[in-house]
Design a protein around this ligand. Structure first.
Ligand SMILES: [Zn+2]
Length: 62
């Protein structure tokens, strides 16, 4: 059974959990893995996220 905690998203930059953005998607030939990061970490590196997660952290930043 799939749960939202079964695969925690670790930030590719600082390696902490709870990354809230996807900064890279590997080509299918390379596994199609999605690489996640914190929006702030991506921002520090000038990386524009492909998409961000907004459904799980509502209230955490407002
Ligand atoms: Zn981070």
């Amino acid at each position: 059974m799939a749960t939202r905690t079964s695969r925690p998203r670790h930030c590719t930059y600082c390696l902490d959990p709870d990354a809230d953005a996807c900064v890279r998607v590997q080509p299918a030939a390379h596994g199609g893995a999605h690489v996640y990061a914190h929006r702030s970490c991506a921002d520090d590196r000038g990386v524009r996220p492909w998409y961000v997660f907004t459904d799980e952290r509502v209230g955490a930043q407002r």
